[in-house]
Design a protein around this ligand. Structure first.
Ligand code: IPE
Ligand code: IPE
Ligand code: MG
Length: 244
């Protein structure tokens, strides 16, 4: 399917809400963590798939602020899975030219996770094929409020007047300042909602929903989403005739 994709129209940034691990496990009579463990293979697939297709930025929603409210054993299992996965995958990421970034309220993560992430981020800091951005303990509302506080502090400090606050200034104060806005947002497992993910940045993203549960998601599913994206008309408020 990769050969059907138009290389001139590859989305610069794809964001994915990786959903359905729990349901996937339940269908197999297993516990939820079994589903999360199998989701790791899908992460590997989409990372490779993005490198092969020439996508430059991939954001994966791995853990939301709201996910802290899940049962304690699931939260702990997810944090442990994160540490072991990063440790295992860091070298492969490097070999594929992938640079790791993390966005979210990182201070709320266990120290062991933060250390592992810091190490992987410095190991991959020189890579340029793909930016892999993990959203961890992330909430878009939190991010927007943090940006507002930073901008308000600048105004208070006299760095710039209120009138100088623009979309550009706002973007620079979001956790995604280094990346272009996602052009394609994928959510697996049949839910049609955003769940507090990149609310500002998704303003003009194309949304793609699939019933496939995350642990079943493979490169071909990613390519199908990219093809679907390429067949849409992105009008940005204009009319079709203005686009040629
Ligand atoms: C997504 O799968 C993974 C995380 C939120 C960490 P879920 O765990 O939400 O799976 P479902 O939605 O319960 O099936
Ligand atoms: C969103 O999935 C968060 C992640 C995929 C990490 P959830 O499964 O937690 O979302 P809701 O609660 O169903 O909206
Ligand atoms: Mg879910």
């Amino acid at each position: 399917m990769l050969e059907l994709i138009n290389k001139e129209k590859i989305p610069k940034h794809i964001a994915i809400i990786m959903d359905g691990n729990g349901r996937w496990a339940k269908e197999r009579g297993k516990d939820r963590l079994f589903g999360h463990q199998h989701g790791v293979l899908s992460v590997r697939e989409v990372v490779e798939g993005c490198v092969e297709a020439g996508v430059k930025n991939l954001t994966l929603y791995a853990f939301s602020t709201e996910n802290w409210n899940r049962p304690e054993n699931e939260v702990q299992g997810l944090m442990e899975l994160l540490v072991t996965t990063i440790r295992k995958e860091a070298e492969t990421l490097s070999k594929n030219g992938v640079r790791l970034y993390v966005i979210g309220d990182l201070e709320s993560l266990p120290q062991a996770c933060r250390n592992e992430l810091d190490e992987a981020m410095s190991l991959t800091a020189g890579n340029t094929n793909l930016n892999l951005i993990l959203a961890l303990s992330y909430s878009a509302k939190w991010e927007i409020i943090e940006a507002t506080k930073k901008i308000a502090a600048c105004v208070k400090n006299g760095d710039f007047p209120i009138e100088a606050i623009t979309d550009e200034i706002f973007k620079q104060n979001l956790t995604t300042a280094n990346f272009p806005d996602p052009e394609l947002m994928i959510r697996t497992s049949g839910e049609h909602r955003i769940s507090n993910f990149l609310l500002y940045q998704l303003a003009y993203a194309e949304l793609y929903f699939t019933h496939t549960h995350w642990p079943d998601f493979r490169k071909e599913n990613l390519y199908e989403a990219i093809l679907n994206y390429q067949n849409r008309e992105r009008r940005f408020g204009k009319i079709s005739e203005q686009l040629i």
